[in-house]
Design a protein around this ligand. Structure first.
Ligand code: PMP
Length: 417
């Protein structure tokens, strides 16, 4: 295989490379095959996009049917049967059973678009400027969403001040709500000069930031403070949502009630891009037609595949499978960490987003390379890329999951040797 020309070409068009030095040619469920015929197990899944696997057969069939019947591929603001089907089914399968009356708004093809829109709407609805965002949070690369993103490695590229953000620590330890309590005191102290924020924006489970799982109690303390000071709660469920943790939303079952929820990534099912915000009606009414537009907001193929994806959530069988597979991942990571006690590694995660914090970026990179050499794709995340994050397709067959975890254990031993 001659990758030289291709690599040069890649480096010219991308500012971002995960260092998988091969050329992939086909993919099915949790496997990708390169053009030399080498098969790789995929524990990266397009950064959490391919929750239902590569080339999901049910979606493929629906998409072929859609194209064969001359479906409306791009619709923008016109109403189409595919958009109607998606909206109706989302209402029936996701919102109604939870008693949610949030309004659906299509915000563009990417997660960053959804976050931008959420921030704009929160500012508009409250007439306030500041948004509270949290350490290790990741919300996107466009200027508004980048301002909310914590990682300096990304922020340094802005070229302009990224302001109107208050940064608080994301506290995951039990009882850890000191920063929230202190911020509350400061807000209530009229001599502090602080003004109340428009919103608190956070991932209930931080993905890119190192797989940090917030407790329900801490999330509730954030929500309580938001309510007290008239600010909105925005949950960014772009990576941890859409079934990743065993139910549709990562915060399901915690008794929380966010004003705005951002969704993207896996929502289109097939890797077909779509971003959607769910806004409470009293917030949503602050949008007027044309207030937040964008060309790619009505992709027929995203609606078709996304509608099929919703079938996975019509009962709890799929969620149970995700929980069971997540436990297999968790147990294996705990075993790996226990085999190297001197390293002080930590296992974190929920459902099928599980991670091993190796505390060292160079080591995690070595693990990634050793995995690749053995036929497993993983993508490190977190501070300095030190966290080995596992986010396979939720549909991964059990034998591929087991084989991938075996490879990971071997790769870690090789990297640690
Ligand atoms: N929010 C979260 C939680 C994400 O994980 C990401 C992407 N990694 C984004 C927002 C931004 O999404 P996109 O890359 O589609 O703009």
């Amino acid at each position: 295989m001659d990758t030289a020309v291709f690599e040069q070409h890649e480096s010219e068009i991308r500012g971002y490379c995960r260092n998988y030095p091969t050329v992939f040619a086909s993919a099915s469920n949790a496997r990708q095959v390169d053009e030399d015929g080498t098969s790789y197990i995929d524990f990266f899944a397009g950064a959490g996009v391919l929750n239902f696997g590569h080339n999901n057969p049910r979606m493929k069939e629906a998409l072929i049917d859609f194209i064969s019947n001359d479906g409306v591929a791009h619709s923008l603001d016109t109403y189409t049967t595919t958009k109607r089907d998606f909206v109706q089914k989302f209402q029936d399968v996701i919102l109604a059973p939870r008693g949610m009356d949030h309004r659906m708004q299509f915000m563009g093809p990417t997660g960053s678009n959804a976050v931008e829109a959420a921030m704009k709407l929160a500012r508009r609805a409250t007439g306030r400027r500041e948004i509270v965002a949290f350490s290790h949070g990741f919300h996107g690369m466009t200027l508004g969403s980048l301002a909310a993103t914590a990682n300096h490695a990304f922020r340094q590229w802005a070229g302009v001040p990224l302001d109107n953000i208050v940064r608080l620590p994301f506290e995951t330890a039990p009882g850890g709500d000191t920063a929230i309590a202190e911020y509350r005191e400061a807000l209530l102290d009229t001599s502090s000069g602080l003004t109340a924020p428009a919103a608190f924006l956070l991932e209930p489970i931080q993905a890119e930031g190192g797989v940090n799982v917030a407790s329900a109690a801490w999330l509730r303390s954030v929500q309580d403070l938001a309510r007290e000071v008239g600010a909105l709660v925005i949950f960014d469920d772009i990576q941890a949502g859409i079934g990743r943790t065993g139910s549709f939303f990562s915060f399901d079952g915690m008794g929380l009630d966010p004003d705005i929820i951002t969704l993207a990534k896996g929502l289109g099912g097939f890797g077909t891009p779509i971003a959607m915000n769910l806004n409470k009606p009293e917030v949503d009414r602050h949008w007027s037609p044309g207030a937040h537009t964008g060309t790619f907001r009505g992709q027929g193929m995203s609606f078709v595949a996304g509608t099929v994806a919703l079938d996975y959530f019509t009962d709890d069988a799929f969620g149970k499978q995700v929980t069971a597979k997540g436990q297999v991942m968790r147990d294996r990571l705990e075993q790996i960490a226990a085999a190297h006690p001197e390293r002080g590694w930590e296992v974190r995660g929920k459902g099928m987003m599980q991670a091993l914090d190796t505390l060292e970026g160079a080591f995690a990179k070595k693990v990634q390379d050793e995995c690749f050499a053995r036929g497993l794709l993983i993508g490190p995340c977190g501070q300095d890329g030190r966290v080995v994050k596992l986010i396979p397709p939720l549909t991964i067959p059990e034998d591929d999951l087991a084989a991938g975890l075996d490879i990971l254990a071997e790769a870690i031993d090789a990297a640690a040797a």
